[in-house]
Write a protein that binds this ligand. Structure first.
Ligand SMILES: Nc1ncnc2c1ncn2[C@@H]1O[C@H](COP(=O)(O)OP(=O)(O)O)[C@@H](O)[C@H]1O
Ligand SMILES: [Mg+2]
Length: 152
């Protein structure tokens, strides 16, 4: 029933906690993990604005920034990928760009996952909010079950 899990991560403390729970799910029959990091389009748009103001070649600059963000994301993903493999999972690692919540749902569909596991909060981790913006959207719109790991 829970063969293949989508685990999106922003490398935050709460998403690290979700990873600990995911590893326990190996014993519940989870075989395959799709590990996903989404590079936020909004970040790219903000950078583009800044560069345009500076009068530099926006397209060229953005290409370089994206390349370096992708490289950084892959570097951060590798140890997590290793950790999951050591725990006995088959792992598919993906780095995508877009709006994180929509990309997460798109990848869930593409990979035909059994369920999604994520943190209740991420990098913003605002104390007053019940759910982060990404987790809120994913819970509302996912057609797959969503396992939400709460922050401490
Ligand atoms: N850019 C992203 N790529 C992949 N997963 C993400 C991304 N942003 C958030 N997530 C996932 O969604 C969870 C909730 O994050 P989010 O809703 O963004 O909280 P916050 O608003 O506190 O940043 C994270 O723990 C992580 O599992
Ligand atoms: Mg966030």
């Amino acid at each position: 029933m829970l063969e293949k899990m989508l685990y999106p991560t922003d490398f935050s403390e709460v998403s690290r906690k979700a990873l600990r729970y995911l590893k326990v799910l190996r014993g519940a029959g989870v075989k395959h993990v799709v590990l996903l990091r989404v590079i936020n389009d909004k970040t790219m748009a903000a950078i583009a604005k800044g560069v345009a103001l500076s009068g530099k070649d926006v397209a060229k600059f953005l290409k370089e920034v994206l390349e370096s963000l992708r490289q950084e994301a892959w570097n951060d993903m590798r140890p997590i990928e290793e950790e999951l493999k050591e725990a006995g999972f088959e792992v598919t690692t993906r780095v995508e760009e877009g709006v994180p919540q929509t990309k997460i749902l798109e990848v869930a569909e593409e990979e035909k996952v059994s369920a999604i596991i994520l943190g209740s909060h991420g990098r913003s981790n605002l104390s007053a909010v019940l759910l982060g913006s990404v987790s809120d959207y994913v819970i509302r719109h996912s057609k797959y079950p969503v396992i939400v790991i709460k922050r401490d």
